[in-house]
Design a binder for this molecule. Sequence first.
Ligand code: CTP
Ligand code: CA
Length: 237
Amino acid sequence: ERPDALPRDLEGRRVVVSAGGTREPLDPVRFLGNRSSGKQGYALARVAAQRGADVLLISGYTSDLSAPASVRVETVRTAEDMRTAVTAAAVGADAVIMAAAVADFRPTTLATSKIKKGADEPDTIPLTRNADILAGLVAARDAGDLAADAAIVGFAAETGDQHGDVLTHARAKLARKKCDLLVVNAVGEGKAFEMDDNDGWILSADGTELALEHGSKALMSSRVIDALVPLLRVRQP
Ligand code: CTP
Ligand code: CA
């Protein structure tokens, strides 16, 4: 879609988007990370700005993406950094979209000097669970720390397994996270990661399920924002 053909339906709105992957350091030269390219979050930030929003993009590590036009970018390293940045930015936002791949765990200790391999078998790495930023936003809204009508959007990359298919996992995740929308990508062999296209669904807290046609991340972003706009409060003229 041409930017000048997009509706200006986010005019005057403040939108926070997180994108990319976090890295959890082990020692000065090593980290636990993930394969997020950041492309989906950057595309969302770009489209939200093209539709008139004041966008803050809170970015972890990406595949060398540049800032979309008219979008402010704040970079973060770890999940904890991202939690601090997103939590602060969410105050006063109309919508928060968590497209980032946030590390679930971090190494429990950070070695101050490089870990040497020594002669023996390696040690196991103790891990500590990171706070769930998305769940924290929903809890903050419930507690009145965020606007009651702030919209909160999560993303989920899912594979099927012996416990169920992609949609079964995604529905359970929406019920657990209690966000307003959950954007679901089916991942696995050759799907979504580091590709320009992906397939999925938008699940709404009201039970609506919208299948997303195969298309670019820009198109997918437009569909996500189409689903988000009706959730925003009616603005006073
Ligand atoms: N998320 C978050 N904070 C975390 C982990 C995840 O805010 N510590 C957000 C992601 O940005 C995403 C959503 O939660 O919007 C779902 O992430 P996902 O990893 O799919 O969910 P998890 O609850 O971590 O479940 P899983 O065990 O499948 O990884
Ligand atoms: Ca996770």
